[in-house]
Write a protein that binds this ligand. Structure first.
Ligand SMILES: Cc1ncc(COP(=O)(O)O)c(C=O)c1O
Length: 404
């Protein structure tokens, strides 16, 4: 992990070049990296070049010509999260990756899914859907008084109830909280429990090491802090679950061989979680995004992006009529706040009019968290390393003017 001073010194030199790589910074103040990061030129070029190649020689033929570059997606993504290339599967979204992983677990009535009060909305809906169809039980570990899951209480629930699956979201979509996923993982490994981690907001913002986290599955996207194109997802499936035979329910002809009229055989690697049809231009853009992030340095990014978030959070917290909602021991670059006297859509529109990109979170995205905080909506502002301190201050000034 880079220390604060060396990361600051590094970005003081590198920032102008990184911004020159990012066409979007001349158009907008992009504080919606939690939605989708601004794509840098090399990523754009990788995707566009492939689309052009497809147009010239044919889609299947283009994929064959770029076989090595396609393999580069698996090696680059694996390098980024401490995995092996055969443990990586591409998906159309993080949610698709998550659902495909869940579908590989043969749940029986009464099986327990143990999760947190801050797991991502779509994951929570999928657990409820599994409950409806298969009769699984769902338990939520309690939070600490200062925010974030109480790991010791969660571990006690693991020991008492032996869940079929433990699930945690590293950084939820609805606040700056960073959950202690590696501490949860240590208990899962000790008790030999299946563990899935949603790291959708983490890839490209923080170093991720799947060995340290101790997860069996990890899902993420390339479009957010990694700055890849939209329409991407990644599933890490550990060798442990691959060797144990976990296979998605709706495995297709890429993931399995039809070995006879009555039989099929899943392929050896995480490719069994992929579909046959692939957006190759997106995948090649994602490979470039992974290399780009490693070139910038994820350790340095992990210092700068949350630092910009903290500057924004402190500035907003000082404004009358604005309540910063982020709680927890460790906070990311994502900042959420409630603003008195405004309805959500007009407030965001007022920021849009100032060319400030933001996002809205609603109570239905975070039923427990927003219930605890007693808010119906929040504005979400998420800078990244290529944003500037001046942009942070301009956003604080804009919110101050609107909240007045
Ligand atoms: C924490 C978290 N998990 C999962 C997702 C879903 O990602 P996708 O839209 O790629 O399915 C999001 C999207 O915002 C997210 O913030």
């Amino acid at each position: 992990m880079k220390d604060h001073d060396s990361a600051t010194e590094y970005f003081a030199k590198a920032l102008a070049g990184l911004r020159a790589d990012t066409p979007g910074v001349t158009e907008v103040v992009h504080f919606n990296n939690s939605g989708a990061g601004l794509v840098p030129r090399p990523v754009l070029a990788a995707s566009l070049e492939h689309l052009e190649l497809e147009a010239r020689v044919g889609g299947y033929e283009a994929a064959a010509l770029r076989e090595d570059a396609v393999a580069g997606f698996y090696s680059a993504t694996a390098a980024l999260i401490g995995a092996r290339p055969h443990e990586i599967a591409f998906a159309g979204s993080a949610t698709q990756a998550y659902a495909t992983a869940l579908s590989a677990i043969a749940f029986s009535p009464g099986d327990l899914i143990l999760t947190t009060r801050n797991d991502f909305v779509s994951n929570q809906i999928q657990f409820l859907s599994l409950r409806k169809r298969f009769g699984v039980e769902i338990a939520h570990a309690p939070d600490l008084p200062g925010g974030g899951v109480d790991v010791e209480a969660m571990a006690a629930m693991m020991r008492a109830r032996r869940p079929r699956l433990v699930a945690a979201t590293d950084i939820p979509t609805n606040s700056g909280l960073v959950q202690p996923v590696a501490a949860i993982g240590r208990h899962c490994r000790e008790l030999d429990l299946l563990y899935i981690v949603d790291a959708c907001q983490s890839l490209g913002q923080y170093p991720i090491d799947v060995e340290e986290i101790g997860c069996d599955f990890l899902t993420t996207t390339c479009r957010k802090y990694l700055r890849g194109p939209r329409g991407s997802g990644v599933l890490y499936a550990s060798e442990r679950v691959l060797d144990a035979g976990y296979t998605p329910l709706f495995v297709d002809m890429r993931g399995a061989r039809w070995t006879g009229p009555e039989t099929f055989e899943p392929i050896a690697g995480a490719g069994r979680f992929e579909d046959w049809e692939f957006p190759y231009a997106v995948l090649l853009g994602c490979a470039e995004a992974a290399r780009y992030a490693m070139g910038v340095g994820v350790d340095a990014i992990a210092v700068r992006s949350p630092m910009l978030g903290a500057r924004l959070r402190d500035g907003l917290a000082a404004l009358p009529g604005v309540r910063v909602l982020d709680r927890g021991e460790r906070l990311s670059a994502m900042v959420t706040a409630a603003v008195d006297g405004w309805e959500p859509v007009p407030f965001k529109a007022a920021l849009d009019a100032r060319r400030i990109n933001s996002a809205l979170s609603y109570r239905e995205f975070a039923v427990f968290d927003f219930g605890d905080k007693d808010v119906d909506w929040a504005i979400r502002l998420s800078p990244h390393y290529y944003n500037t301190e001046d942009e942070v201050d301009a956003v604080i000034a804009a919110v101050a003017e609107l909240a007045r």
